[in-house]
Ligand binder design. Structure first.
Ligand SMILES: [Zn+2]
Length: 229
C-alpha cells in the first residue's frame, strides 16, 4: 500500500525543508520504512527514516549523525539538526506537531495526545531544541497536523480534569464532555514564545476515509507526519 499526501500549507511549502502529512496508511507491513521514504521523496527528502515506539510519554530523543535505527526507542518526540534524517510520527487521533527553526537549521517531530499535551511535550521539544541547537522560540515555526476534534472527541471526567485550566478546550454536549486537544498545545507554545503556528484543521474522526481514527474506527491504520532537513 502506498502512502499518499493529505494537506499542504503555503507558508511551510516556502521553507527549505521537506515535510509531509500522509493519509491513513496500514503501518503493519514490512515495507513501511520504504513507503515512508517514497512518500517523502516526492517532497525532496533523501535519507533515513527515523521511527519510534510511541508510548504516550514525554520523552524526546536527539538524532545525531550515527543514530541507531535498528532498535525502536520508546519515546514520543525527535529533534535533529542533521540533514537527511526523516523524523516520523504516527498518529490516529493524537496531534502530530512539527517544529522548524530556520536560523539554526533544526527540526522536531512530536506525538501529542491528551497525555503528551498535559505533559507539555511540544514545549519540551522546543526547550530541548533551545538547549541542543540554541533555538529561539520566536524564530520557530510550528505546524499541527490532522487530529481528532471537538466534534468527535468525547472524554471522561478524569481526562477532562487535566484541561480545566484551558476552559475553552472543553465543551459539554448532551451531558458529555468533548475535548479540543489542540487548543492547549497552541496556548502553551504561544506562552513559550512561538508566534508562527499553522494548523491543519481536519478531523480524523469525521473527515471521510482518507483519514483514520482509532476512537471512531478502531483502525490499525495510522497517519504519518514526517519532517527532514
Ligand atoms: Zn469530527
Amino acid at each position: 500500500m502506498k502512502i499518499t499526501t493529505t494537506f499542504r500549507n503555503a507558508l511551510w511549502d516556502s521553507f527549505s525543508l521537506s515535510y509531509g502529512f500522509s493519509t491513513a496508511y496500514d503501518s503493519t507491513g514490512d515495507s513501511h520504512t520504504n513507503d515512508v521514504s517514497k512518500f517523502m521523496k516526492q517532497f525532496g527528502a533523501e535519507g533515513e527514516v527515523i521511527l519510534l515506539d510511541q508510548v504516550h510519554g514525554d520523552k524526546i530523543i536527539q538524532v545525531n549523525e550515527r543514530f541507531n535505527t535498528t532498535v525502536l526507542q520508546q519515546a514520543d518526540g525527535l529533534i535533529t539538526n542533521v540533514p537527511g534524517k526523516i523524523l516520523t510520527i504516527k498518529t490516529a487521533d493524537c496531534v502530530p506537531v512539527l517544529l522548524y527553526d530556520p536560523v539554526n537549521k533544526a527540526i522536531a517531530a512530536v506525538h501529542s495526545g491528551w497525555r503528551g499535551t498535559k505533559d507539555l511535550i511540544a514545549v519540551k521539544a522546543l526547550s530541548f531544541m533551545n538547549k541542543a541547537y540554541d533555538t529561539n522560540p520566536s524564530d520557530t515555526h510550528v505546524i499541527l497536523g490532522p487530529a481528532i476534534k471537538t466534534c468527535c472527541y468525547e472524554v471522561k471526567d478524569d481526562t477532562a480534569s487535566y484541561f480545566n485550566k484551558y476552559p475553552d478546550s472543553l465543551e459539554t454536549r448532551n451531558g458529555s464532555m468533548y475535548l479540543n486537544v489542540k487548543l492547549p498545545i497552541i496556548k502553551d507554545l504561544k506562552d513559550a514564545g512561538v508566534n508562527s503556528i499553522q494548523n491543519i484543521d481536519s478531523c480524523t474522526g469525521c473527515s471521510g476515509e482518507s483519514l483514520c481514527s482509532w476512537r471512531m474506527h478502531k483502525t490499525r491504520k495510522r497517519q504519518y507526519a514526517c519532517i527532514s532537513l
